[in-house]
Design a protein around this ligand. Structure first.
Ligand code: ADP
Ligand code: MG
Length: 245
């Protein structure tokens, strides 16, 4: 049986002025899929995720969410983002709010939850990422790894259908990368649908159902991790992967 496609991207393109950053991007994501996106800096990975999260407007093509093209309809953007959440490289926490408040504000504003309900959910997810002892801490009192775990809890507290991660460990000191990857690994095993832009090749290989290699704004290869890492087909993929050996 085919599982239902949550997102289906067709011929997606994005230009900034004369700079064509994404061309003819085609892929789809079904429930429970973990998709990693790898590729050199400047290849368009962040722009792709930002289009999927409606932080950028595509120049062409379609992004179908349960069959509705979000680029052509009057979608409620905050509501859509509660379903297709995003975790950023630089955390993007609200610096004037505690860890707890960071995890309740979206639930109250967008999902119209009561403070009590929102706090209950926030505490559940902060506990899940190992941040229960820090609920009253402000971001400046936290390490990078702790901030990113709060950002993940904040995204989870919206109970999204898909979570997008844009290089979630790239801004972290090396000793903090593991704690964040461990949280993400747990989420993958629990069946959360995720699209993850990462340079952590071992992680991508372990957790993903498939790996997309992007270069120069196109998808060069989209294959199961074992195949892509062991028998890359394209010279660009081979060259890129050789940097990690
Ligand atoms: P990656 O995440 O793979 O490193 P990006 O998606 O960040 O790549 O960038 C791809 C290209 O798009 C780069 O050439 C970058 O300069 C350009 N770009 C990204 N965002 C903008 C923007 N807001 N305005 C103009 N150009 C942009
Ligand atoms: Mg990027």
């Amino acid at each position: 049986m085919m599982s239902e496609k949550i997102l289906e991207v067709k011929h997606l393109g994005k230009a900034f002025g004369s700079n064509q950053v994404l061309r003819d991007i085609d892929f789809s994501v079904s429930a429970g899929d973990v998709t990693c996106i790898i590729g050199p800096s400047g290849s368009g990975k962040s722009t792709l995720l930002r289009c999927l999260n409606m932080l950028e407007t595509p120049s062409g093509g379609e992004i179908n969410y349960h069959g509705t093209d979000i680029t052509s309809k009057n979608v409620n953007v905050p509501e859509y983002r509660s379903k297709v959440g995003m975790v950023f490289q630089n955390f993007n926490l609200f610096n004037n709010m505690t860890a707890l408040k960071n995890c309740t504000v979206g639930q109250e504003k967008v999902l119209k939850k009561s403070k009590e309900e929102a706090e209950k959910k926030a505490l559940y997810y902060l506990e899940k990422v190992g941040m229960a002892p820090y609920i009253n801490a402000k971001p400046k009192q936290l390490s990078g790894g702790q901030k990113q775990r709060v950002a993940i809890a904040r995204a989870l507290a919206m109970e999204p259908e898909i979570l997008l991660f844009d290089e979630p460990t790239s801004a972290l000191d090396p000793q903090m990368v593991g704690e964040v990857l461990e949280v993400m690994r747990d989420l993958a095993h629990e069946g959360l649908t995720m699209i993850i832009v990462t340079h952590e090749m071992a992680f991508a290989r372990d957790v993903s159902k498939r790996v997309i290699f992007m270069a120069n704004g196109i998808i060069v290869e989209d294959r199961p991790p074992k195949e892509l890492f062991e028998t890359p087909k394209d010279p660009l993929t081979k060259e890129f992967l050789s940097r990690f050996r």
